[in-house]
Design a protein around this ligand. Sequence first.
Ligand code: GTP
Ligand code: MG
Length: 170
Amino acid sequence: MDREHRILFTGTIGVGKSTAVANLLDAPPVRTTLGDSPVPVAIDHGDLRLDNGDRLRLYGTPGQRRFEPTWRNLADGAIGLVVLVDPGRPDPLADLAIYLENFTDLIHRTACVVGIARDGHDALTASDAYAEVAAHLGVVCPIVPVDVRDRAQVLQLVDLLLVQLESRGL
Ligand SMILES: Nc1nc2c(ncn2[C@@H]2O[C@H](COP(=O)(O)OP(=O)(O)OP(=O)(O)O)[C@@H](O)[C@H]2O)c(=O)[nH]1
Ligand SMILES: [Mg+2]
């Protein structure tokens, strides 16, 4: 079976997961709508071909926490995780903790990058607060501001993931 190099983009509702994924793809994203929801909930995914010929399959997870089983299915076999944080929400540090905890198996098996999205150049980003939350959960990973509408910045997040994987021989 062809190995699918799957990378997940996760984070709260509206943080920019779909925008980030769509921005990187070679073709428009495929949207899989989950059937058991009163409102349409989509998983966006598609392929990104890297310069070295490798192909990555990118997934945006549904934001709602009740889809935690879906998150786990997507995480199974994935090679890395991008957590997007919306600093404009009431408690972005708690948001970060929730996603790091939910994806703890994936993170410890592979690698993780945290993108502070939605105008993430704020006071919290400048402080060590996000890194402290991550460290408390045993996660050491790059934490960088990102504008998901800018393809180059999203690509940089993915690069930060791939560099970690390479350095660990994964
Ligand atoms: N003003 C502003 N808008 C942004 C920023 N980042 C993303 N957006 C916009 O926010 C909107 C929501 O982004 P989506 O990519 O749909 O977010 P999502 O995480 O996929 O949302 P769900 O799938 O509903 O959870 C899009 O219209 C983006 O263009 C930002 O930094 N600033
Ligand atoms: Mg979306």
